[in-house]
Design a protein. Structure first.
Length: 297
């Protein structure tokens, strides 16, 4: 009755026109659904949290949760971390090109020289001095371009992705990102490096949306919100880990840093094939049924 009323209000039609006749529970949900009786106050709240969290760490949901967490962590290392560090990366490449002539690879432009130790007389001086930092005027331009292009790509992906299996679409996005990340150390061009970094940001964000739709389908209704919340928490942890990773390895082991990210991306390309999704009904079937019914009439 409630669904029919909502349908009538949203569409302005009679409630009898609502085609759904019954609602069933997800497969396996009725076996492990938590009991409705809980305590009151803070104890009841924590008991409710426990009932919705613990099933995720038990079979058959544990495997899907771990796979989603791994992919989400990698996505945030690629998207959030690189997006935050993009102005710094762009500034380093711009300054390096101003001081040197020729074509250089990504890590040659991104790695800074070791800091020269100041003389004892300079370090013991109490007189104030100015910290000089070179900043290029175009460091925020890639971020601006990504912010403009990203909504357009998302709109296009919303049309293209439903045409294929979402697992295949997710794997394809990671393969594209992995190839782009791998090519950073092969092409000696600053413009190409900026383009690749921006492309990784865009495609990983699309992959995040596709993964979210898969996550919603992998878990039953009563623990679905908790599963999505845990994935979002791991996203933040991935951003923190990625930021620390960049600060530690960018100046000393730049090539290892980007090869590590490339390896994570290619590993994520294989993970979606382990997801078992329900077969979706194609709209063609309903149109065929309608045509046969009309033919019988």
């Amino acid at each position: 009755t409630v669904l029919r009323k909502i349908y009538s209000i949203n569409h302005g039609k009679s409630p009898e026109g609502f085609t759904v006749k019954s609602v069933t529970m997800d497969e396996g949900e009725n076996k492990s659904i938590p009991l409705p009786s809980r305590g009151k106050g803070a104890a009841g709240v924590f008991e409710h949290i426990y009932d919705q969290t613990m099933p995720l760490f038990k079979p058959p949901y544990l495997k899907n949760l771990m796979l989603c967490i791994f992919i989400n962590t990698t996505i945030c290392i690629c998207f959030n971390t690189i997006f935050v560090w993009l102005p710094e990366l762009t500034n380093r490449m711009a300054i390096y090109q101003q001081e040197h002539e020729g074509r250089f690879y990504a890590c040659e432009m991104l790695m800074r020289d070791p800091v020269v130790t100041a003389a004892p007389s300079e370090t013991n001086s109490s007189s104030p001095y100015e910290c000089q930092v070179k900043i290029s005027n175009a460091i925020f331009l890639p971020n601006l371009i990504i912010s403009v292009v990203l909504p357009i790509v998302i709109l296009g992906a919303s049309v293209v992705v439903p045409l294929f299996d979402r697992r295949f679409s997710l794997a394809t996005l990671f393969v594209i990102c992995g190839c782009m990340s791998l090519s950073m150390n092969w092409v000696p061009s600053a413009s190409f490096v900026v383009f690749v970094i921006g492309g990784i940001n865009v495609f990983t964000f699309v992959a995040y949306n596709v993964l979210t739709s898969i996550t919603i389908e992998l878990f039953p209704t009563y623990i679905r919100a908790t599963a999505v919340s845990l994935n979002m928490v791991t996203c933040r942890c991935g951003s923190i880990f990625g930021s620390q990773l960049f600060s530690l390895l960018l100046d000393s082991l730049c090539t290892l840093l980007f090869n590590f990210i490339t390896g994570l991306i290619f590993c994520c390309a294989m993970v979606p094939m382990f997801f078992k999704l329900k077969k979706e009904r194609k709209p063609r079937d309903s149109s065929k049924n309608e045509s046969t019914e009309n033919g019988n009439l």
